[in-house]
Design a protein around this ligand. Structure first.
Ligand SMILES: CC(C)(COP(=O)(O)OP(=O)(O)OC[C@H]1O[C@@H](n2cnc3c(N)ncnc32)[C@H](O)[C@@H]1O)[C@@H](O)C(=O)NCCC(=O)NCCS
Ligand SMILES: Nc1ncnc2c1ncn2[C@@H]1O[C@H](COP(=O)(O)OP(=O)(O)OP(=O)(O)O)[C@@H](O)[C@H]1O
Length: 207
């Protein structure tokens, strides 16, 4: 497999693969597979969990803007989620608190791995927030919609209404597929997905 970087994207070290996909499509699972192939992964969602978790740097700021949504374990997502998912204004206020801190952590990650050939940035909102412009290649995880729904509805606290609100916030899967440099198919056995990821990783190693 070969890959020609998109016109305008700089050939630099490390080469940045942006990994994205809609809810439940398999980003975290794919990210773990890249790590198993020796490719460092920046996990934006994990960083949000750290910042919002026990003793997290953003807990106090979130409590000040969204009173009653935090406790000893940090942010209580079951309380914060319903206030922001489906409410554009409130979500924008939360994003204004969270996204700059995630961007800072991402810069630290890139500094730490500056000598590597390739790294993966696992960013759920890569298309929605413009991060796609900064990466050399875009990998989209994707599975049939019925499978996505089945996976997501198994999660504790998930409801049809919550899933609908989240899907409305996200660029549609068919649009993501159309804009991808690589589509990582996750509607198949994990071993097949892993083989595909191994091929992608090897194509960027030692460029
Ligand atoms: C709203 C919150 C509290 C809901 O938490 P909860 O644990 O219930 O859901 P979870 O984080 O697993 O998200 C569920 C789905 O919604 C998506 N989602 C989360 N935030 C956003 C957002 N700002 N815009 C679009 N989709 C979003 C996620 O990518 C995921 O697919 C939480 O997602 C949050 O703090 N979001 C703001 C930070 C953010 O933008 N995170 C996503 C990118 S790093
Ligand atoms: N071939 C496959 N590739 C990836 N995931 C798979 C595959 N087959 C089954 N799955 C399952 O699908 C689910 C995907 O969940 P995962 O947490 O990776 O998705 P996500 O895109 O990170 O979700 P979110 O957007 O909510 O953070 C997991 O339970 C995983 O085990």
């Amino acid at each position: 497999m070969t890959h020609r970087p998109r016109p305008g994207s700089r050939l630099r070290r490390p080469f940045l693969i942006g990994l994205t996909g809609s809810i439940g499509m398999g980003k975290s699972t794919a990210a773990a597979m890249f790590e198993r192939e020796g490719v460092p992964v920046f996990d934006a969602d994990a960083e949000v969990h750290r910042l919002q978790g026990p003793g997290g740097a953003l807990v106090a700021t979130i409590e000040a803007r969204f009173p009653g949504t935090t406790g000893p374990k940090g942010v209580d997502r079951q309380k914060l989620g319903p206030l922001v998912l489906g409410n554009t204004h409130e979500l924008a206020a939360l994003e204004a608190i969270v996204h700059p801190a995630v961007a800072k952590a991402q810069r630290r990650f890139l500094m730490r791995h500056r000598a590597r050939d390739v790294v993966v940035l696992d960013i759920p909102l890569l298309f929605e927030k413009g991060g796609w412009r900064k990466v050399g290649a875009i990998a989209v995880v994707s599975a049939p919609a019925w499978m996505q729904r089945k996976r997501v509805m198994r999660r504790p606290g998930m409801t049809a209404a919550k899933l609908k609100a989240i899907r409305r916030l996200q660029v549609a899967d068919r649009v993501k597929r159309a804009r991808a440099d690589f589509i990582i198919e996750t509607g198949r056995p994990k071993s097949a997905t892993h083989r595909q990821i191994r091929a992608i990783a090897s194509c960027f190693r030692a460029r």
